[in-house]
Write a protein that binds this ligand. Sequence first.
Ligand SMILES: [Zn+2]
Ligand SMILES: [Zn+2]
Length: 269
Amino acid sequence: MHFATLASGSSGNAILVGQDERSFLVDSGISMRSLLHNLTLLNVPPAQVEGIIVTHEHIDHIKGVGALARKLKIPIYTSQAIWGEMEQSVGKLADNQRIEVNNKFSCAGLEIEMFATSHDSRESYGLRIERRLPGQGVLALGIATDSGTITEEMHRCLKECDALVVEANHDEDKLWQGPYPWYLKKRISSIYGHLANRQLAEGLLEWIGENTQRVVLAHLSEENNTPEIALATVVRALRASRPIRKNKDLRLRVAPRHTPHELIVLREN
Ligand SMILES: [Zn+2]
Ligand SMILES: [Zn+2]
């Protein structure tokens, strides 16, 4: 199984996930042009993309969804409630491009479980994506951004994933001392807003297992965070945990805002 963020942050989010020559996108919150450009930077032919899964209807997750689905003639997967919110902005689609999903489904040969995050959209979801390995095992990628708090569902679905793409939105001091208007500070820090570095670090202490190979910090705020602060906060917390210190394979990095990070191919052992 492989994955890469293609863009990350309130200026637009998209993640490529796949195996072998098959892939799908999780959100497409940048323009179709930027998305296709970022795929070429990863050497992934657009024809390999078989669908787009939408986590929620905010513009930084759906901006390019309709145009891209029409161009590539691929379906969009999301819940009935999110379809209701985004139908107009997505625009005209063929009937077989509009797929309502809830809980579990598959795409590009991978099994997907949706789980609720806590956010101020109609509904919002994280994803646990599994590849069944020959024999008994599975390889699991957990994706969760846009959540003001860590939900029980997040704990259940992100625990001991082989890789995680998770939100480190803001540094709490930077947010409260920064230039945002009061109502926006309240919104971001509420349980329906976005996850602070510190909250994420607490979550990671529960989720990282001995098989976890990769953690990508995503959806960083441009105003209220920096890659250095996010990394330092998380590293400080993880260093205090002896089991995590023993996991020598673990690699941590920050998703760039406008460009893809390298295609990460998970080891299958
Ligand atoms: Zn959102
Ligand atoms: Zn967002």
